[in-house]
Design a protein around this ligand. Structure first.
Ligand code: ADP
Ligand code: MG
Length: 321
């Protein structure tokens, strides 16, 4: 099944959304970074990769961070994603100043609030598509049952229902990246960070992944930041921030031309005000038979610390991406 038909076939269709431009600059940011600098390297090779950046990300928006190779995009993304600490400056996520957190608290914040997508997919070769998504949910603290349900939902959202049991070696590049997208959104993080997600993809798959990300931003109200130097991504953006030599040099609104074209061909929306989130049952689990969208980040879906300790999963020695 093509990506387009998978999306159009959803009920409500993922292609039918609240429309481009529905997100507003008045919505409170989910991430605010102020005065970010980062020095890298040692001795004479030490450089200032990020030189004083302010940036904020809002829910429901897909933001592009564009700049040439070596301009500091990956370094900045790693700082915003709390993988790397800045030399100076602060990152605030959902009202929490991350510089005040212990390493354990920071790890928990990453697991619950941020999804990551990489150019090279970073899938476990020995796990199926479903298991690759499921394992990330396991690490994020979801119970086994909730994890499987969410993993299946996330793979349906990205149009990969027929590939649940496929191993990465048997998936195309575009399909592998869609598994990575499913893994990033499965726990319903408020922020998704993607580093050059289209760089390894051909034209059709590059556009497919960008369209998917822009739809997820709007229909799931996620804040998505895509780091790229790929001009194919421009038509899917709400905002375009340009970086050069470690400094932000400008910001534009995206033109959404590809989204306008896609939406004009989308299946009619049966219920214009239908909520983008799947209905939850009382225990926080998604209701079966509901739309194949993701559910809220509900603590009830996560297992308790005590249960988590008792659960075992044979994941080998590999670290999760
Ligand atoms: P981009 O993602 O835009 O290509 P990066 O953030 O990867 O840029 O790198 C920014 C600058 O920092 C580049 O000049 C790069 O060579 C340098 N750099 C990146 N990582 C390191 C490192 N670990 N040590 C020293 N310099 C680094
Ligand atoms: Mg990079």
């Amino acid at each position: 099944m093509s990506l387009k038909s998978a999306l159009a076939g959803s009920n409500p269709p993922l292609l039918a959304t609240t429309g481009p431009g529905s997100s507003s600059a008045t919505v409170a940011p989910v991430l605010t970074a102020r005065g970010i600098t980062k020095e890298l390297g040692e001795g004479a090779g030490r450089i200032m990769a990020v030189k004083g950046v302010d940036i904020s990300l809002r829910p429901g928006e897909l933001t592009l961070l564009m700049g040439p190779s070596g301009s500091g995009k990956t370094t900045l993304l790693s700082i915003l994603g709390c993988i790397l600490s800045p030399t100076s400056g602060t990152v605030e996520i959902d009202g929490t100043m991350t510089n005040t957190l212990s390493p354990e608290q920071l790890a928990r914040l990453r697991r619950t609030h941020i999804g990551y997508i990489f150019q090279s997919y970073n899938l476990f070769p020995t796990l199926t598509a479903l298991e690759n998504v499921r394992i990330a949910l396991d690490v994020a603290g979801f119970s086994s049952a909730a994890g499987y349900t969410r993993a299946e939902q996330a793979l349906r959202v990205v149009g990969l229902e027929p590939k649940f049991k496929s191993y990465p070696a048997n998936l195309s590049g575009g399909e592998k990246q869609r598994v990575a997208v499913a893994r990033a959104i499965a726990s319903a993080p408020s922020i998704v960070l993607a580093d050059e997600p289209t760089a390894a993809l051909d034209s059709e798959n590059g556009h497919g992944v960008m369209k998917l990300l822009s739809e997820i931003a709007r229909t799931q109200n996620r804040s998505i930041l895509v780091v790229t130097h790929d001009p194919r991504t421009l038509a899917y953006a709400d905002r375009v921030i340009r970086i050069e030599d470690g400094l932000i040099i400008g910001e534009d609104r995206g033109d959404h031309s590809a989204l306008h074209a896609a939406n004009s061909h989308a299946a009619p929306h049966s219920e214009p005000d239908a909520p983008p989130q799947a209905a939850n049952s009382d225990d926080g689990e998604p209701t079966h038979g509901g739309p194949p969208t993701l559910i809220d980040l509900s603590p009830s879906g996560r297992r308790s610390k005590r249960r988590r300790k008792g659960l075992q999963k044979n994941t080998g020695n590999k670290k999760l991406a």
